[in-house]
Design a protein around this ligand. Sequence first.
Ligand SMILES: Cc1cc2nc3c(=O)[nH]c(=O)nc-3n(C[C@H](O)[C@H](O)[C@H](O)COP(=O)(O)OP(=O)(O)OC[C@H]3O[C@@H](n4cnc5c(N)ncnc54)[C@H](O)[C@@H]3O)c2cc1C
Ligand SMILES: *[C@@H]1O[C@H](CO)[C@@H](O)[C@H](O)[C@H]1NC(C)=O
Ligand SMILES: *[C@@H]1O[C@H](CO)[C@@H](O)[C@H](O)[C@H]1NC(C)=O
Ligand SMILES: *[C@@H]1O[C@H](CO)[C@@H](O)[C@H](O)[C@H]1NC(C)=O
Ligand SMILES: *[C@@H]1O[C@H](CO)[C@@H](O)[C@H](O)[C@H]1NC(C)=O
Ligand SMILES: *[C@@H]1O[C@H](CO)[C@@H](O)[C@H](O)[C@H]1NC(C)=O
Ligand SMILES: *[C@@H]1O[C@H](CO)[C@@H](O)[C@H](O)[C@H]1NC(C)=O
Ligand SMILES: *[C@@H]1O[C@H](CO)[C@@H](O)[C@H](O)[C@H]1NC(C)=O
Ligand SMILES: *[C@@H]1O[C@H](CO)[C@@H](O)[C@H](O)[C@H]1NC(C)=O
Length: 532
Amino acid sequence: MKKSFVFLLVLTLALYFSSAYSQDFISCVESNSANASSISELIYTPGNASFQPIWQFAVQNTRFLKPSTPRPSIIVTPTDESLVQTSLLCAKKHGYEIRIRSGGHDFEGLSYTADVPFVMIDLNNMRSIDIDVANSTAWVGTGAVLGELYYSIAQKSNNTLYFPGGTWPTVGISGLIGGGGTGNLLRKYATAGDNVLDARIIDVNGKILDRESMGEDLFWAIRGGVASSFGVVVAWKLQLVPVPEKVTVFIVNRTLEQGATEIFFKYQSLATFEDRNLYIRSQAASEFIGNTTQKTMRIIFQGIYQGTTNELIPVMDKVFPELGVTREICQEMTSVQSTLVFFGRPSTTPLEILTNRSAIPKSNSKTKSNFVRTPIPISGLEKIWSKFFENDLSGGLLIIPSGGRMDDYAETATPYPHRAGTLYLLATSVNFVGQANDTTPVSLRRLAWLQSLEELLTPYVSQNPRESYVNNNDLDIGVGAANYMEASVWGERYWKRDNFRRLIRIKANVDPENFFKFPQSIPVFKRRGLAQ
Ligand SMILES: Cc1cc2nc3c(=O)[nH]c(=O)nc-3n(C[C@H](O)[C@H](O)[C@H](O)COP(=O)(O)OP(=O)(O)OC[C@H]3O[C@@H](n4cnc5c(N)ncnc54)[C@H](O)[C@@H]3O)c2cc1C
Ligand SMILES: *[C@@H]1O[C@H](CO)[C@@H](O)[C@H](O)[C@H]1NC(C)=O
Ligand SMILES: *[C@@H]1O[C@H](CO)[C@@H](O)[C@H](O)[C@H]1NC(C)=O
Ligand SMILES: *[C@@H]1O[C@H](CO)[C@@H](O)[C@H](O)[C@H]1NC(C)=O
Ligand SMILES: *[C@@H]1O[C@H](CO)[C@@H](O)[C@H](O)[C@H]1NC(C)=O
Ligand SMILES: *[C@@H]1O[C@H](CO)[C@@H](O)[C@H](O)[C@H]1NC(C)=O
Ligand SMILES: *[C@@H]1O[C@H](CO)[C@@H](O)[C@H](O)[C@H]1NC(C)=O
Ligand SMILES: *[C@@H]1O[C@H](CO)[C@@H](O)[C@H](O)[C@H]1NC(C)=O
Ligand SMILES: *[C@@H]1O[C@H](CO)[C@@H](O)[C@H](O)[C@H]1NC(C)=O
């Protein structure tokens, strides 16, 4: 009785003080703005009816929708740079951390949840897209997502230009570039981060910097070192790349009974194939054979060729006849239509779906990633398949091949270090379909299975460091940040040693107080003797 009274009292006081604090923040923003009444329409606290829908709109992994996920104290939805500036200053002044959200695809929900009181800056209102076809460039507002970007480029350039980013339409341009960014054009044009010409970023002091005023160190860091460790990017200037009017797409699948293991064995070396126009992504999962209780694996290969069917067929006959790609299964289409196909829609779907975020499904899953530098032997593949047979069909593999243009860049050219010698990215995941949340007994079994798969993969993936892709961030690999030894456990996996050390040096220069802090953000170390 007494205990619960004390608890209620504490809760009431906590609520009182948190709303008092958020009022402080709001007053601060208003008093620093030219038009306080228009500003108040862009700030939401939990009492506003729209608070929950706005937060939820870009929670792209529904795993984080459960009631126990911590929400922001305040959501700010800037329409221009000035509200970003004042939000940073007022958050700092009133003791809030900041979380920055663009597309909302962060695999750990780090752009919209935190264990501490925080202000979420939602950049959804800053997504202008300004394309200069003659110069093959575009200035893109930070909140734009890939579907809108591709749609605009295709329209404005009459299908002659594109941008080398990922395929999923609701992925944000900012998170994508911030972690490197890979997609169907990577063998021809490398990462999204490699194709950025300029950026506008607001630093911890509220200063707006462009490439020239931020300097090459910071410009290097935000194109693969995760931009949110350094400031709020408000716009990117992109280098657009030429694409043929028609590309060729094919989709082939094989089960183990149809020789999938041998085909996959050869496919692992796609990165070493010479032709940079050829890219083949693959996905694998287990399923029951017919209506029996016996399982098999089905591997789906999704290919795209920057050229016509007539050009593709001789290439496939020469380098990869085992896949059995015939003219009949090839489809020619525009690049923007290929984006539709790669997210599972027919090429004839009206293109406008790419600009409609409500029409794009959300995921509900946990992902891990590794990079493979030596083909996994047949015996290893068979062990992986057996592991999948222990799973309840909730597991999956995604393979993103590397090579080509990727190998032209030094490991230190941008923070993304998975360059020459990398065969492919191997992402593993489980979904929580059919489960109330990710902590039910079944969900926990799936997560434990994912971890056991991770252990099984150890001998087959890159070592020293065991590389992971920061855009598939995974807090299980460590969050320690007290000193370099602790942080290197995860930092060297994402960036390797030289890049991680450079990111730490740049961070110490641009944000020495570590205001832009979150799990696995670039750490700031207290100097010996100055601790405490
Ligand atoms: C379905 C799906 C498909 C994907 N496909 C690909 C793919 O093909 N290729 C690929 O490389 N990756 C892919 N990813 C991974 C994706 O690139 C990353 O999750 C990326 O971080 C998402 O960016 P976002 O803007 O959507 O996410 P958010 O959650 O909004 O942001 C991610 C991170 O970037 C920070 N950030 C966002 N905006 C800013 C800003 N303006 N300034 C500073 N920091 C900012 C956030 O704070 C957070 O740390 C995919 C992810 C999913 C879920
Ligand atoms: C301030 O913003 C409000 C609401 O957007 C608008 O109606 C008003 O005209 C603005 N005032 C000035 C001086 O810009
Ligand atoms: C949120 O609620 C407060 C208090 O009712 C109100 O003043 C403010 O304008 C609301 N904000 C929005 C964006 O609706
Ligand atoms: C290319 O960009 C420059 C600088 O922004 C501009 O002056 C020029 O007009 C552009 N060129 C064309 C052909 O549009
Ligand atoms: C767009 O490209 C097609 C195919 O090359 C061409 O027929 C058409 O005239 C072009 N349209 C414009 C407006 O340039
Ligand atoms: C696999 O390919 C066959 C044609 O070869 C097709 O009928 C089937 O739908 C495909 N299955 C999947 C799951 O893609
Ligand atoms: C599989 O389904 C077919 C057709 O529905 C049926 O005839 C057959 O008996 C089933 N086999 C098994 C093993 O259940
Ligand atoms: C966007 O998609 C949603 C869900 O499919 C649909 O209800 C809505 O009408 C679409 N909006 C537009 C503008 O097409
Ligand atoms: C998860 O779902 C279960 C079953 O509905 C429920 O008992 C539990 O409280 C939920 N946990 C969280 C953290 O939401």
